[in-house]
Design a protein around this ligand. Structure first.
Ligand code: PSU
Ligand code: MN
Length: 302
């Protein structure tokens, strides 16, 4: 059921494979930026001396190391690829569907395939609530992070979330949060969340050492979040204004579940005249490069 490409299989043995999610291709970014992002991330990982392994569901098979043709298939909105969270994988496979995999699904597949490092843009988390009567929406990304031995390199949780609540959930779940070149939690398009990070690293060799200790010496079964500030951040104030408007509209339309994140990201893109999309592309590529460096450093410790 899990088809691992020959190149990725060899890289897993050598410890240099880096997983990529594809919900960002199928739902997170509009065309043609979605395909562009996938290609830029793959190139950045190769430039670091590692091997990209895009995870996706194609015709009911989970692929690890999706081809460019398969990525094109996910990137075409007319083909209707689904959004696969971890719990959707079996049903989508049984139904023979195509799907982009979220962070939760990608963590699960990467761990199963033996891939230890994974790059994404921003992780899901605890959504904001306009009123206490609204249901609590918590991304399955958090729970998967707590039970898969994968290092997720990201620009922090998405700024559309309730950031303090997301950070508390990560603490409760026992997931280490490491700042890379930053002592403040980045929040996707913006580098200022106002939340201080206790652990900061400025080189990938130290990150790799922390991963080895976490998994091999201490025997922890959880993932590790490495948070890299976005290279082209937007101002927090500007982003917050757009988020209030977008979350208000989502509440009025009673949007929930897996539609919510893509809706909010699309609204922010409109409100910013496309600047959130540019920022998203830059940070995805940057995270892919750091993930490639981490994978190479981790391989050197074996
Ligand atoms: N990173 C991006 N854009 C995205 C996502 C991540 O730059 O669209 C996706 C990830 O796949 C993440 C998902 O897992 O958004 C979160 O969705 P939800 O809040 O429904 O769990
Ligand atoms: Mn959700």
């Amino acid at each position: 059921m899990i088809a691992i490409s020959e190149e990725v299989r060899r890289a897993i043995e050598g410890g240099t494979a880096v997983a990529l999610e594809t919900s960002v291709v199928a739902q997170g970014l509009p065309p043609p930026h979605n395909l562009d992002a996938a290609r830029r991330c793959a190139r950045a990982i190769r430039d670091a001396g590692a091997v990209p392994a895009a995870v996706a569901v194609i015709g009911g098979r989970i692929v690890v190391g999706a081809t460019d043709a398969e990525l094109q298939r996910l990137a075409d909105p007319a083909l209707g690829a689904a959004k696969a969270g971890v719990r959707d994988l079996a049903a989508l496979c049984a139904a023979g569907r195509d799907a982009g995999t979220t962070v939760s699904a990608t963590c699960a597949v990467a761990a199963r395939a033996g891939i230890r490092v994974f790059a994404t843009g921003g992780i899901g988390g605890v959504h904001r609530r306009g009123a206490p009567t609204e249901p609590l929406d918590v991304s399955s990304d958090l729970l998967e992070l707590s039970r898969r031995q994968v290092c997720v390199v990201c620009a922090g949780p998405k700024v559309i979330l309730d950031l303090p609540a997301t950070v508390e959930a990560l603490e409760a779940l026992g997931v280490p949060v490491l700042g890379f070149g930053s002592s403040e939690l980045p929040a996707f398009f913006t580098d200022s969340s106002g939340i201080r990070l206790e652990h900061r690293f400025d080189d990938v060799a130290s990150v790799a050492r922390a991963l080895r200790i976490h998994w091999d010496e201490l025997g922890h079964g959880s993932g590790v979040l490495v948070c890299v500030p976005p290279p082209a951040p937007l101002s927090r104030a500007e982003v917050e204004r757009a988020i209030s408007a977008a979350t208000g509209e989502a509440a009025r339309r009673k949007l929930a579940g897996k539609e919510l994140t893509p809706f909010l990201l699309a609204r922010l893109a409109e409100a910013s005249g496309g600047r959130t999309v540019q920022s998203n592309l830059e940070l995805l590529e940057n995270n892919a490069r750091v993930a490639g460096d981490v994978a190479v450093a981790l391989g050197a410790l074996r």
